[in-house]
Design a protein around this ligand. Structure first.
Ligand SMILES: [Zn+2]
Length: 516
């Protein structure tokens, strides 16, 4: 993927993109890019496979039943229902008998063991294994949204051509889709060439410290650190999911931002509000938050963003292609005028600016109990999604420097993790993923790698401890962006027929993995 470099300036002038402003000192000249190299990366003419011959109605019933187990991850970790997880495990045992006869099942997790780790022994032990990830837990349904659901979110309703309920998109549809595909393969007497692990986490929605992080440790203890392929969850197929591309698009996650929540706190003297100090601890803490929000992290272009635009750029507005080419072919540590222009555009919206810098979000603020009592303490929580280059230590340093106030203490209260490394967006494993998507959904869609601002449990395998190409993809088509609102929202639902596609996708992926 080495671009031939010619005259970017010429290309830009031809298209009329660059204003004739005087070059600043840091602007790099002459920078050259030939737009002839900025061609479509889309795989052509992949043969679509016939829909899988399965009893879809029975599979749908099993998914519907799976939804009824309230495997909820609440923010308050004491609010946890072990019976829901035990019940779900019992149900899976019965629903997928061949899986449980053939695969080894282990229950992992610390301190609460509710994560499922299955091993499907491959025929050739010399091959590196693969890992398929999904999670059992779901986000809660807040009380104030319940009356906006058209069905009971935990009833597993099937109606109007949809399967409804909390977790059907995220992530039980994917989890049970994998098990359906394994069940079918075993029924057909098929065995994978390489060993395949299935890891079904218990607490992805709260960062995965009890589940996936512990399984990652188990793999390390067993000396299993090299994987040929890791399938993680990420975006679903949706028309218009990427701004600037109206058509159907499948995005494959190749890198994730990190995660860190810091609690800022201050102790006060308390006392009666009739004799207050000049500055309250609420005032002091508020000032610290304002100082921090005024000290934003610098904008940068991550290598995963470059790969994303190498794929998506040629499919977008012709006029903007010099800019996207400059991003795709740009070099870290250098910044061309067109890359600066890209950053300016991205910085305009909160959605896109999050992908070009470590974000700062003040999410909680607590102080005071009564109108005439001075609070004894005040605290706030700030959530950071860090880019590669800003690690946990350097972020804490940044916060200390920005606040510059010894009265405030800073504590890491999260399952914090640094940003992931990038998975190869050009190699065989990526191509196999794209091919499987096209075999399942056809060629009338754009497929591209993407930088993920949020995070999933795949991050526990995207560290330097593992040699694991993690690809994030949610094997389900939804009709439009409106339908994506069910994800962590209200009226979460999937099309019945699409559950068949999910199963077909994994069924095909198992086979394609043999050739990797
Ligand atoms: Zn999820």
């Amino acid at each position: 993927m080495k671009p031939k470099i010619k005259s970017l300036i010429a290309a830009a002038v031809i298209i009329g993109m660059v204003s004739c402003e005087t070059k600043t000192k840091e602007a790099k000249t002459p920078e050259t890019i030939n737009l002839d190299d900025f061609t479509s990366m889309q795989m052509k003419d992949v043969e679509q496979v016939a829909p899988l011959d399965i009893d879809l109605e029975a599979a749908v019933q099993r998914l519907s039943k799976g939804i009824t187990y309230k495997t909820i991850s609440n923010q308050d970790r004491n609010d946890f229902d072990p019976k829901a997880f035990d019940g779900y495990h019992e149900f899976l045992l019965k629903a997928y008998p061949n899986v449980h006869k053939t695969l080894k099942r282990e229950i992992v997790g610390d301190p609460r063991p509710y994560t499922l780790l299955y091993t499907w022994e491959g025929k050739d032990p010399s091959l590196d294994p693969a890992l398929f990830y999904a999670h059992q837990d779901v986000v809660p349904v807040p009380d104030d949204t319940k009356d906006r659901w058209k069905v009971d979110p935990f009833a597993g309703t099937v109606k109007d051509g949809y399967i409804w309920g909390r977790g059907v998109l995220d992530d039980k549809g994917q989890l049970q889709g994998m098990l359906e595909a394994v069940e079918k393969r075993i029924q057909e007497g098929w065995q994978p060439a390489r060993t395949i692990y299935f890891l079904f986490g218990q607490d992805e929605e709260v960062g995965g410290p009890e589940g996936a992080e512990q399984v990652a440790k188990v793999f390390k203890e067993r000396g299993i650190t090299k994987f040929a392929y890791v399938a993680d969850e990420s975006y679903m197929l949706v028309p218009g999911i990427f701004p600037g591309i109206p058509g159907n698009t499948a995005l494959i996650g190749i890198a994730q931002k990190g995660y860190l929540s810091l609690e800022l706190s201050i102790e006060g003297q308390g006392g009666h509000s009739s004799e207050p100090p000049v500055q309250s601890i609420i005032g002091i803490l508020s000032e610290a938050i304002v100082k921090l929000e005024n000290a934003q992290f610098p904008y940068r272009i991550d290598p995963a963003i470059r790969a994303q635009y190498r794929y998506l750029g040629p499919e977008m507005d012709k006029e903007k292609q010099p800019m996207f080419a400059a991003v795709a072919f740009g070099k870290d540590g250098e910044m061309t005028d067109l890359e600066k222009q890209f950053i300016e555009e991205m910085a305009k919206s909160p959605f896109t600016q999050a992908s070009i810098r470590t974000s700062i979000a003040t999410t909680m603020f607590n102080a005071g109990v009564k109108d005439n009592v001075l609070p004894n303490s005040a605290s706030a929580v700030v959530n950071f999604r860090n880019m590669a280059g800003d690690n946990i230590e350097s972020i804490i340093e940044h916060v200390k420097k920005a606040i510059n106030d010894d009265r405030i203490s800073i504590k890491d209260i999260s399952a914090s993790i640094n940003a992931s490394s990038m998975t190869d967006p050009y190699g065989d494993a990526y191509k196999m993923t794209e091919k499987t998507i096209r075999q399942t959904w056809g060629n009338d869609l754009i497929v591209a790698p993407v930088y993920v601002s949020g995070g999933s449990d795949g991050k526990w395998f995207m560290t330097s401890d593992f040699d694991a190409p993690v690809y994030g993809f949610r094997a389900i088509q939804v009709e439009n962006m409106e339908e994506t609102k069910g994800f962590h929202g209200i009226n979460e639902r999937i099309l019945v027929d699409e559950h068949g596609k999910t199963i077909g996708f994994f069924y095909q992926l198992f086979e394609n993995l043999d050739q990797l």
